[in-house]
Ligand binder design. Structure first.
Ligand code: AMP
Ligand code: MG
Length: 351
């Protein structure tokens, strides 16, 4: 299949620009599009065949459910049942934006879309391209991240092209994603609100609206907890990991720099292609041929929006061994470290 790539400017988007993309979605085809979090691979969420195509294009296990994207809050009534008051409060506060809610599934949503669950994940994105596309398509757009299963989520159209070119109908190139990490997921289908995936909207943000909100245990685990049954089925799958091995080095900054430099020297002396992932603040302190600077700790969105790009560069630069600083003092620490720990296979040393 030939994949058509079109450009779109989120600051000046007209619905005519997305007419063809909307038609593709309505006809059961697949279109990758930018959102404020990461690029999504969209298909008609109420069409089981379109959902099956999404799983096939990504190589995604069929029990890993999809998030349905809407353009109008009221549409949750068409997708979910037994909607608690809290869902409306959260929608008023955080939508449009990087929050996904899990609610009890309504009869319109096929099990092919929910990974056979009785619940449905719904998000109303703020990105103008995404919202215009959803409206233009007149369908509810199921869209997981537009990467091959297991690879880092795409934050630029080039990443989507790398993974999915030839497998989907269209890619809308809207440049880089502002946040660069997937949405925060909050489960409202149980007795108490539970954060299944940390993102730009933090626990503290949720607490301002939702009393007693907690993290699912698997989210904050520093080691893979084999006995914890993952609430979000996606949690159990290998994620983000580059071909090289990542070790996160935690502790006092001076000691971290010293430890990483010693490890780099050892690996480079053995002829291993070695890299460091760090922040702007410490960049100049590393003696290593390949230093990947995520940005300043003072600009957290620089860090979040460059993380997945750097994880992909490690593979294209054929790096074998990687040492990463920890980012545990930031507002978005849970979100960043959740991805970094998964990428590292939870491999961490403390100095
Ligand atoms: P992605 O769109 O690839 O960022 O991932 C979608 C993720 O949303 C899945 O891997 C799950 O973790 C989560 N998710 C989607 N639907 C549900 C659901 N019904 N219940 C729990 N988690 C869900
Ligand atoms: Mg994903």
């Amino acid at each position: 299949m030939e994949t058509k790539v079109i450009k779109a400017d989120r600051k000046n988007i007209k619905k005519e620009d997305l007419t063809e993309a909307g038609e593709i979605l309505r006809a059961g085809g697949l279109v990758a599009f930018p959102t404020e979090t990461v690029y999504g691979l969209g298909g008609d969420g109420l069409n089981p065949d379109a959902s099956k195509k999404i799983y096939a294009a990504k190589g995604r296990p069929s029990d890993n459910p999809l998030i349905i994207h809407i353009a109008d809050k009221e549409d949750i009534k068409k997708l979910a049942v037994d909607i608690p008051d809290l869902a409306w409060k959260l929608a008023d506060k955080f939508w449009p934006g990087p929050m996904t809610m899990i609610l009890k599934k309504g009869p319109a949503v096929p099990r092919e879309t929910t990974g056979d669950l009785d619940t449905v994940a719904i998000r109303l994105p703020s990105d103008e391209i995404a919202r215009t596309l959803i409206r233009e398509s007149q369908v509810f757009v199921a869209a997981p991240s537009a990467n091959s299963s297991g690879r880092p989520s795409p934050t630029k159209a080039e990443h989507v092209i790398e993974d999915l070119s030839g497998k989907i109908d269209m890619i809308i190139d809207g440049g880089s994603c502002d946040i660069g990490l997937e949405s925060s997921i909050i489960d409202l289908s149980g007795d108490k609100p539970l954060i299944l995936r940390p993102g730009f909207i933090t626990r503290e943000d949720f607490e301002a609206v939702a009393e007693g909100v907690e993290y699912d245990k698997a989210v904050i685990a520093k080691t893979p907890e084999k006995n914890v049954v993952a609430k979000a089925p996606g949690m159990k799958y290998r994620h983000y990991a580059p071909k090289g091995t990542i070790t996160i080095v935690e502790g006092d900054t001076d000691k971290v720099v010293e430890k990483i430099n010693a490890e780099v020297a050892l690996n480079e002396s053995r002829g291993v292609r070695t890299a460091v992932i760090c922040s702007d603040e410490n960049k100049s302190r590393y003696k290593c041929k390949n230093v990947y600077d995520l940005g300043s700790r003072k600009h957290e969105l620089d860090i979040t929006s460059s993380l997945f790009d750097v994880l992909r560069q490690l593979d294209s630069d054929e790096i074998g061994v990687i040492f990463a600083e920890s980012f545990d003092e930031l507002r978005l620490s849970q979100a960043i470290m959740n991805r970094l720990r998964k990428a590292a296979g939870y491999n961490t040393v403390r100095v």
